[in-house]
Design a binder for this molecule. Structure first.
Ligand code: AMP
Length: 214
């Protein structure tokens, strides 16, 4: 069976970049709640009687989308995948408990990055609207400004990558998701990886950790 991998880390820690590499190397599916929710920002969730009527209203404020919406997305995606790398979920302890009822994990990786580095990475991030490739205006610029090297698509800045929302997302992460990191650490399953290394160095550690655990 293909491996079940969970990748944890704050917004901007490099989960997306490393997940893409995991997909190519191990042939698993990338299950990411952030992308799934971005494709469904305008979905009508009014019948659930929550604070807002669409996922986008939570996302643009840097807040978490309610568990009832997100759990269903993950349950469906995991039931359709053989192996997977799960990215962006669980974001709180309730989600972690729900996840343990849905599936078994082979490896739990944590990309550790300091807050100031996260803010720089998020505010400089640009994403291709065609293929989803990510760039950074200073650390990893495309050859031609605003144009994707891979497919020629236009690059854009995510609405939640402004400085104010980025800081709020990091605060929400510390408050809600740091306990998830401790939850897996207490179980003795967490592999801590220095996420401030270059992407290639991080990848060496990620691959080694998967090979040792899965
Ligand atoms: P990301 O692309 O992972 O940074 O996610 C972008 C936004 O989507 C987050 O700021 C949340 O508003 C929402 N989101 C993504 N994953 C989750 C989750 N597991 N639980 C709640 N909200 C989520």
């Amino acid at each position: 069976m293909d491996p079940h991998i969970l990748i944890l880390g704050a917004p901007g820690a490099g989960k997306g970049t490393q997940s893409d590499r995991i997909v190519s190397e191990f042939g698993v599916e990338h299950v990411t709640t952030g992308d799934a929710l971005r494709s469904n920002k305008e979905m009508d969730i009014g019948h659930l009687d929550l604070e807002y009527d669409t996922p986008g209203e939570y996302m643009d404020r840097g807040e978490l989308v309610p568990d009832v919406v997100v759990n269903e997305i993950v349950d469906k995606a995991l039931s359709e995948a053989d192996g997977y790398v799960l990215d962006g979920y669980p974001r709180n302890l309730e989600q972690a408990e729900t996840l343990s009822e849905m599936t078994d994990l082979d490896a739990v990786l944590y990309l550790d990055v300091d807050e100031d580095v996260l803010v720089d990475r998020l505010t400089g991030r640009r994403v291709c609207e065609e293929c989803g490739a990510t760039y950074h205006v200073d650390f990893n610029p495309p050859e031609e400004e605003g144009v994707c090297d891979e497919c020629g698509g236009d690059l854009y800045q995510r609405e939640d990558d402004t400085e104010e929302t980025a800081r709020e997302r990091i605060r929400v992460y510390e408050e809600n998701t740091q306990p998830v990191v401790e939850f897996y650490d207490d179980e003795g399953r967490l592999v801590r990886i220095d996420g401030e290394q270059t992407p290639d160095e991080v990848w060496d550690d990620v691959r080694d950790a998967i090979e040792a655990n899965a």
